[in-house]
Design a protein around this ligand. Structure first.
Ligand code: C2E
Ligand code: MG
Ligand code: MG
Ligand code: MG
Length: 292
């Protein structure tokens, strides 16, 4: 059945969160095999500096192409990985792959300043996380500021001592901490100030229809101002149109990410995209008159 559907798309099982127990069992065990057989890979989405137009980083996003089930999106397999005890393995794998990848790019004269890795709230329950991060940074000889960990508001809402200790330890290592999907969860603003964040990422829902939906834009604007007052970077994700880019620049957002610049790219496709990307920074460099 799945094969009859449009090219490799994932239709066989019900949508996302509503998948049945049987579906979760099937995907859960397929995932175990996928991890062993290296069927998972990472796609990298560029992040652009709003002021200079330069590449300032990439976000690593997990991808799974199952040989018979087709493409299974992370919105389906990440929650199942969390339920079936596999999320730490995926977290470690994506950390290691991401660090390896920016090292490989660098060896090929492609400098990506920061790689951002999504980390599940579940992983924060284990006290091994900071040490795992340190080990991987050492292995690839990477400075800690080259790595950012993206957490969701569900991490903020966990008030257990392990999570708090992990957040502090990760910041003390010098690794960045980004609050993903900002504004979509239920955490309080006071908790936000307690967590040693280096960045907030405004969810794309707040800029989706900004010309008609003034109240959403008000939230985005407030979030940008909160970030500024906290002295941390503000990223907006899901930038698809030039008008959104202009508005966000106007509001003082630091970093932009979305299909306007690029979809998430395979490691192989990324250098080609970068070479063709009309970075304003690259232009201004190219037009700098030669010094005598
Ligand atoms: P996220 O971390 O908020 O990632 C952003 C999502 O928005 C990605 O979906 C990305 O492909 C998509 N996106 C980027 N730009 C645009 C745009 O301009 N328009 C639209 N409509 N979408 C855009 P993706 O890759 O399907 O990932 C979904 C979620 O799955 C992620 O949301 C993240 O929460 C989770 N995820 C992905 N990979 C991992 C992983 O390795 N570990 C963990 N724990 N979670 C992951
Ligand atoms: Mg993210
Ligand atoms: Mg997000
Ligand atoms: Mg999201």
């Amino acid at each position: 059945q799945a094969k009859k559907q449009a090219r490799g798309s994932f239709r066989f099982f019900g949508k996302g969160a509503n998948s049945s127990v049987r579906e979760r069992l099937v995907i859960g065990s397929a995932l175990r095999e996928a991890l062993q057989k290296k069927q998972l890979y990472l796609a990298y989405q560029p992040q652009i500096c709003a002021l200079s137009g330069a590449l300032c980083g990439v976000e690593a996003l997990s991808r799974w192409h199952h040989p018979t089930l087709g493409v299974i999106p992370p919105s389906t397999f990440i929650p199942i990985a969390e339920e079936t005890g596999q999320i730490e393995a995926i977290g470690l794998w994506s950390l290691e792959k991401s660090c390896e990848q920016i090292t490989i790019w660098e060896q090929n004269a492609i400098y990506v300043p920061i790689v951002s890795v999504n980390m599940s709230a579940v992983h924060f329950g284990s006290l091994d996380l900071p040490e795992q991060i340190v080990c991987i940074l050492k292995k690839y000889n990477l400075a800690p500021h080259r790595l950012t960990i993206e957490i969701t508001e569900s991490v903020m809402m966990r008030q257990d001592p392990e999570t708090t200790a992990n957040l502090t330890a990760i910041r003390n290592i010098g690794v960045g901490l980004s609050m993903d999907d900002f504004g979509t969860g239920f955490s309080s603003l006071s908790r936000l100030a307690q967590i040693p964040l280096t960045e907030i990422k405004i969810d794309r829902s707040f800029i989706e229809d900004f010309e008609n939906n003034i109240s959403s834009l008000v939230v985005a604007e407030a979030a940008i101002n909160i970030g500024k007052r906290l002295g941390i970077k503000v990223v907006t994700e899901g930038v698809e149109h030039k008008e959104q880019e202009i508005k966000l620049q106007e509001l003082g957002c630091d970093i932009l990410q979305g299909y306007l610049y690029s979809k998430p790219l395979t490691a192989q496709d990324f250098p080609r995209w970068l070479a063709a990307f009309p970075s304003r920074w690259q232009h201004s460099r190219a037009h700098t008159p030669p010094t005598n």
